[in-house]
Design a protein around this ligand. Structure first.
Ligand SMILES: [Fe+2]
Ligand SMILES: [Fe+2]
Length: 202
């Protein structure tokens, strides 16, 4: 993803491959949170029918992803478990206060944070696919290849909605995205040092 400022540490791929069950359980929660975040954004902006429609479509797709990951967990006899602490998304949302004021509507920032989360998921899936080379993992590799394409499309959807929410001011939206992406890079580097867990974003 062009907007990301820091690539995933190669050590993440080995940690993920060593504990695919943990990645899948975390991934399932990520899909559920993606759906619930999209619905919550839609509910807060009833004045904008095109945004409500796009976000509810996206939420429906994320729920579908959630159910697919759940099926993978069941196939591997792994229980979903409670949602892990999501420092990544929480810190990214807090990053808004570090960026200082903007005259863009608050919805733009929320859409940009969602776009970045999609971009990082997409990048992580690409890194994961590269290590899912064993014959026994062919189907899982195909699944993540399909999801990678879907999350890349979601990134574009959120960017498109952010530009719409900013009344078409694409240069300012892109500048704001670059600011968020810089902070996201710092956050990802920090989390890679602090956490040894195999999670989608940690
Ligand atoms: Fe998804
Ligand atoms: Fe997504």
């Amino acid at each position: 993803m062009l907007c990301l400022t820091v690539p995933t540490d190669p050590a993440w791929a080995s940690a993920a491959l060593a504990d695919l069950d943990a990645v899948l359980a975390d991934h399932a929660h990520c899909e559920m949170k993606a759906a619930s975040n999209a619905l919550s954004l839609a509910a807060r902006h009833p004045e904008n029918p095109s945004i409500v429609l796009a976000l509810t479509d996206l939420a429906r797709e994320e729920i579908g992803h959630f159910q697919e990951v759940l099926a993978w967990l069941s196939k591997r006899n792994v229980s979903l478990g409670p949602p892990p602490k999501d420092l990544y998304a929480a810190s990214l949302r807090q990053a808004r206060s570090e960026l200082g004021p903007t005259s863009l509507p608050p919805l733009v920032d929320r859409l940009l944070v969602a776009a970045l989360i999609e971009a990082r998921s997409c990048e992580r899936f690409k890194v994961l696919i590269e290590v899912l080379t064993a014959e026994s993992l062919v189907e899982l590799r195909a699944f993540y290849t399909r999801l990678l394409a879907a999350e890349a499309r979601h990134y574009l959807t959120f960017m498109d909605l952010a530009v719409k929410a900013a009344s078409g001011d694409s240069p300012r939206v892109e500048a704001r995205l670059r600011e968020f992406a810089r902070l996201e890079g710092i956050l990802v580097t920090h989390l890679a040092r602090e956490s040894s867990r195999a999670t989608v974003h940690g």
